[in-house]
Design a protein around this ligand. Structure first.
Ligand SMILES: NC(=O)c1ccc[n+]([C@@H]2O[C@H](COP(=O)([O-])OP(=O)(O)OC[C@H]3O[C@@H](n4cnc5c(N)ncnc54)[C@H](OP(=O)(O)O)[C@@H]3O)[C@@H](O)[C@H]2O)c1
Length: 206
């Protein structure tokens, strides 16, 4: 039995998930966007930043998201940004299928993450991810372009946006290019923590 297809991202209150340039990626706005994540125990353990960290609902949400994920699909720009920043043991610990025009051999990391580079589109990447995930879910890891492609194709079952108290003004907009005439949502959960609000939606096509 195959699992669900979902995504889970942090978004600024004005709708952005990242600054425009990857050089700014560790800048002030990014830190504010992700501040609900950085101090969590699960995040610190998974990125090998040391022991300790906060435990609570934010931490549980990170851990649950990690544990449900049997494989991920990722856009090439997210991969490019991560390639320079992830530790040797990349934080996925599952297969990751990178949609790209670039041909490249699989990149195996210690700790169970293998990046496979898929050159024939999102459906091919998703098929491979579903097979790899088995009964677990497939996460569309990001970024925005790859998420919107999956949404517009009707391939996403549900998603969570963690809405952070920061304004970007410009950057990479999550829903840029969304086909609003087709993609409809039902809100199924809303949980506020001191640093973010987790909003969960089920997706259906009109
Ligand atoms: N806030 C959050 O929670 C969060 C989560 C995830 C990511 N992000 C951020 O999102 C940013 C990246 O997002 P993005 O929207 O700019 O880009 P993206 O979705 O990561 O990557 C887009 C690129 O992927 C390749 N691609 C996508 N669809 C394809 C297809 N059907 N066939 C072939 N290649 C395809 C193309 O690259 P090529 O043509 O070069 O191959 C395309 O330019 C990063 O800064 C990352 O940090 C934020």
């Amino acid at each position: 039995m195959s699992g669900m297809v979902f995504f889970s991202v942090s978004m600024s209150l004005d709708g952005f998930i990242a600054p425009e340039s990857s050089e700014e990626l560790m800048g002030k706005q990014w830190m504010e966007l992700q501040q609900w994540v950085f101090r969590q125990r699960h995040f610190r353990e998974n990125l090998q930043l040391g022991t300790g960290g906060e435990e609570g609902r934010d931490n549980d949400i990170l851990r649950e998201t990690f544990e449900r994920t049997g494989a991920s699909v990722m856009g090439k720009r997210m991969f490019d940004a991560g390639e320079t920043m992830w530790p040797d043991e990349a934080p996925f610990h599952t297969p990751v299928f990178v949609v790209t025009h670039e041909e490249r051999e699989p990149w195996r990391r210690p700790g169970g993450t293998t990046f496979h580079f898929v050159n024939d589109g999102i459906e091919a990447a998703l098929d491979q991810a579903r097979t790899a995930a088995g009964s677990r879910d497939v996460r569309i890891a990001g970024g925005a372009e790859t998420i919107v492609e999956h949404l517009n194709a009707g391939l996403v079952d549900e998603f969570t946006v963690s809405l952070s108290p920061v304004l970007f003004g410009s950057g990479i907009r999550l829903f840029e290019g969304i086909d609003a005439s087709r993609v409809a949502l039902a809100q199924v959960a809303a949980e506020a923590s001191p640093k973010t609000t987790h909003l969960k939606y089920v997706v259906h096509l009109r």
